[in-house]
Structure formats: C-alpha cells, structure tokens
Design a protein around this ligand. Sequence first.
Ligand code: 5GP
Length: 158
Amino acid sequence: MPRAGPELFPGMTDSVISVTNTTIMASIFTKIINGEIPCYKIAENDRFFSFLDINPVSRGHTLVIPKKETDYLFDLEDRELADLMVFAKSVARAIDSALSPMRTGVIVDGREVPHAHVHLIPIFKDEQKTALGHKVDVSGEEMERIAAQIAKAWEPSP
Ligand code: 5GP
C-alpha cells in the first residue's frame, strides 16, 4: 500500500500526510468495524472492537483491535495501549468462561493487516500448536455459535 509522504507529494505538511495516509490505508479491519465487511463479532465499546479471526488456529481465536487505525501496535499512545490490553483482558475472560480452555494465549504479529491487533488464542491442550498459520477447520455455523457464546459471556471492564 503506498504511503503518502514528502517523496510522493513534495511540500505536503505532516497533518495532511497523516489524514491522507488514513484515507489510503482504510484497513480491512476498519471496514469490519464500519460494517462494510461481515464478521463474527464478539464485543465493542467506543474505542475497541473484537471479533473472531477468519483463519482460526484454535476454536475461539479472537482479534482485539482499537477502532482508531494505527498500523504498529507499539506506535499506540501509552494510555491507548494499556486500555486495549484491559479490553483484551475482558474478552479473554469471556473466552475462558464460554469455552473453558486451559488458558487463553496472546500473540501479536501484525505483518498481514496494517491495523494494530492482539490475537487471543484459547489453548485446550498442552500439545496444541498455537503459531499463526496453523489453521484449524471451523465451519461458519460453529464460528457463529462460538462468537455468540463468547459475546454472551463478555462483561465490559469496570
Ligand atoms: P497478522 O497481521 O497478525 O499476521 O494477522 C492478521 C490476522 O487477521 C490473520 O490471522 C487473519 O486470518 C486475520 N484476518 C485477515 N483478514 C480478515 C478478515 O477479513 N476477517 C477476519 N475476521 N480476520 C481476518
């Protein structure tokens, strides 16, 4: 994806570059938040959003994202990053309660989608592979059921 900058548009100011890049990037996750692309939604508040990963490495593999589009997780403001993780904790608790895994693991990669996100991966047994790319087969029907179960168990953080 091209990123606007002085080399593309000489003389462009930083604020124009920032607005332009936001428009150019409009990530697939922003389209999901806006309802332009369907998802198996789990939870949402005014700043964060959560839904099932379409290529799950485990039943209940969930993504947690800030609504404000930023590519790299560690470019988030401190407060935003901390609040994202607290939101992720509330979703992990819902996964734990709905699916009863041994625990829910956390992975951050971000090389595929340029919109900061945290993977929450329920771990059901010791020998389970959790690396991204180890896709398991989950039917659309089951994805719907799992998302509804987790959504029902979700309680917003106080
Ligand atoms: P990463 O950027 O951390 O490498 O991975 C991005 C993740 O987003 C992948 O696990 C991929 O399956 C997921 N993903 C990519 N496009 C979509 C989509 O349109 N819907 C959903 N639910 N997940 C997606």
